[in-house]
Design a protein around this ligand. Structure first.
Ligand SMILES: [Fe+2]
Ligand SMILES: [Fe+2]
Length: 305
């Protein structure tokens, strides 16, 4: 398979490109038969730090889909309604694409299910529906979940933008099919980065809920990620528990360009809290669409590959 390369951002203003977007679910397929367990060669820790995405996303994105379907009857704007439907279609396919990687890990002797059960508990029980609430409180709880998704989507767009601009992974000769999965997904995250935020503002234009939900979602994501890395390193049958996660090792991997810069990650989280924030100020729709035009999986899904 030809190795897809990151596409340079075009000069078109992001907001104008975004305004004309019609979100299209791309029914991609990936063949994992040849995927090595350490798909970033000689970098088991970098591989597993990125593998946490596969552990978190199927449960997380199925939860997004459920919440957005519940929120759909509250949408009073036709354009936003179309975008929410497009978002639902894209996230449903993302969840299934990452699920297939989990099944492949299981086939390679790394059983991800104990950790995935914990993630499912977080999304279904802690962040899930509360039966027995009055209609007014149910609506309030639903908007709170939409706000949590808007906060998480800020980070998925940040990561999407990073993965589209991560030549370090190409230099390290990361598996091209996995890179295409991550960049296809990352590009769609950049493409639909405004939808959850616009839905939140449509349902509650206030500022307090945005800050409150980011204050919960940001640390929760970090905690789940660190826990996921520990789990994968311990469950990897080729490592026998010899490789322990360390900040020093994470720093080395970041310097090699295999992970996002933590300082930039924190700054990005803080930008979400600026009163004038809008997701179109982050990332480039043109670059995302440029990648999707060259992605082997997206081209095959469109019948042009
Ligand atoms: Fe997604
Ligand atoms: Fe998303």
């Amino acid at each position: 398979m030809p190795r897809p390369t990151p596409v340079p951002a075009l000069a078109a203003p992001a907001a104008r490109v975004h305004d004309s977007l019609v979100l299209e679910p791309r029914d991609v397929r990936f063949d994992w038969a040849g995927l090595p367990l350490h798909w970033v060669p000689d970098e088991p820790m970098a591989t597993h730090i990125l593998n946490v995405l596969h552990l978190l996303l199927p449960e997380g994105e199925r939860w997004f889909v459920k919440v957005f379907k519940e929120a759909l009857p509250l949408v009073r704007d036709e354009q936003l309604r179309e975008e929410v439907l497009g978002f639902i279609g894209q996230e449903a396919i993302h969840a299934e694409a990452h699920q297939e990687v989990l099944d492949h890990l299981l086939g390679q002797g790394l059983d991800p299910r104990p950790y995935v059960r914990q993630v499912a508990w977080v999304f279904q029980r802690v962040l899930g529906e509360r039966p027995g609430l009055s209609p007014a409180r149910q609506r309030e709880a639903l908007i709170e979940r939409v706000a949590a998704i808007a906060a998480i989507e800020h980070y998925t767009a940040f990561l999407g933008n990073w993965i589209l601009n991560s030549p370090g992974l190409d230099r390290a000769q990361a598996d091209p099919t996995m890179l295409d999965l991550l960049r296809w997904h990352g590009a769609e995250e950049v493409e639909h980065r405004s939808v959850a935020f616009d839905l939140l503002v449509h349902l509650d234009p206030g500022y307090v809920r945005r800050v409150r939900t980011m204050a919960v979602a940001g640390p929760l994501l970090v905690r789940l990620w660190v826990r996921g890395v520990r789990f994968l390193l311990a469950a990897d049958p080729t490592l026998d528990g010899r490789l322990r996660p360390s900040w020093r090792e994470a720093y080395r991997i970041t310097r090699r360009g295999l992970l996002p810069d933590p300082v930039k990650s924190i700054r990005s989280g803080l930008r979400y809290l600026k009163p004038g924030y809008h997701p179109t100020l982050e990332g480039s729709s043109s670059q995302a669409l440029g990648y999707l035009a060259t992605s082997p999986a997206a081209r095959a899904a469109a019948g042009t590959g």
